[in-house]
Design a binder for this molecule. Structure first.
Ligand SMILES: C[S@@+](CC[C@H](N)C(=O)[O-])C[C@H]1O[C@@H](n2cnc3c(N)ncnc32)[C@H](O)[C@@H]1O
Length: 268
């Protein structure tokens, strides 16, 4: 298995995560750095949150984007109007590009869904020229994802299955403190730096928060979709109560923190 990401539909992903990864993308680009004239690779482009933010950051010569999911690749290709952007289906662990082709390879919210994430780091390093940059960001599900932790902590009180989902969710690849930095260094990248990037996920209402998950999207959507109607009703009610927190339904804002890491491909 080369992807553990649960894909239902591109529109569902946009509602669940695309609207937030669009907000994270400029912070990640600032951290990864891009410069005029460069060739940049977006690994695990999804519906294109990073891909379509890149041309706003610099006058790049070429942007290649790949994703494992044909559903997302098709949606991103449909959105694309920029002739410098080329999107195709591929595996991060077996990138279809020659050695040293890119100035930078970036992966936004991808490596935690790659079971052998180290292989993807090795591939990103391979396709970037000496002196170029490899950078990645993953959510800190354990300590930095307040909205989803609220859901999982609430539901884990009702169902042992949810406690197991929580355990997997909190310890996906590259999420432990320092883990991504260690992997970058182990794969020969130098001057490796790790930081935290923070956004706020602002929801209009419980419906706005819960609907994408209830529709089956993402890791929690897969769990929720598997429940029998009795437990499902209890889960919906308990999560609503946690969201509302004793006040009338309405807007709520949840902080979300990503680990971000960047390293340089050595020149000798
Ligand atoms: C949370 S989404 C992030 C998408 C996009 N980068 C964004 O920020 O919105 C995770 C993406 O990683 C992709 N992915 C997971 N494993 C992959 C692999 N082995 N090769 C390529 N893409 C992969 C999934 O298909 C999915 O699009």
């Amino acid at each position: 298995m080369t992807s553990s990401f649960n894909v239902q539909s591109a529109d569902g992903y946009e509602q669940l995560m695309g609207r937030w990864s669009r907000q994270l993308a400029p912070l990640f680009i600032d951290f990864a750095g891009v410069a005029d004239g460069e060739r940049v690779l977006d690994v695990g482009c999804g519906t294109g949150s990073l891909t379509f933010a890149l041309p706003h950051a610099a006058n790049l010569s070429e942007i290649a984007a790949i994703d494992f999911s044909p559903v997302f690749v098709e949606a991103a290709i449909r959105r694309n109007t920029d002739p410098r952007i080329h999107i195709r289906q591929a595996d991060a662990c077996d990138l279809p590009f020659p050695e040293s082709y890119f100035d930078r390879a970036l992966a936004l919210l991808v490596l935690h869904f790659v079971p052998e994430a180290g292989k993807a780091v090795a591939e990103m390093r391979r396709v970037v020229r000496p002196g170029g940059v490899v950078a990645a960001a993953v959510w800190d599900h354990l300590g930095g994802m307040s909205g989803m932790r609220m859901v999982l902590d609430t539901v884990a009180m009702l169902d042992e299955g949810a406690a197991q989902v929580r355990s997997r969710y909190c310890f996906q690849p590259m999420m432990r403190p320092g883990e991504m930095k260690q992997s970058f260094e182990a794969h020969g990248l130098v001057d490796v730096e790790q930081t935290s990037l923070l956004i706020r996920m602002d929801y209009r209402s419980f419906e706005d928060f819960w609907q994408p998950i209830a529709a089956g999207e993402g890791p929690l959507g897969k769990y929720v979709g598997s429940l029998d109607p009795g437990l499902r009703a209890k889960v919906d009610a308990a999560v609503r109560a946690a969201y509302e927190a004793g006040q009338p339904d309405g807007p709520r804002s949840f902080t979300s923190v990503a680990w971000a890491c960047r390293g340089i491909v050595p020149t000798v």
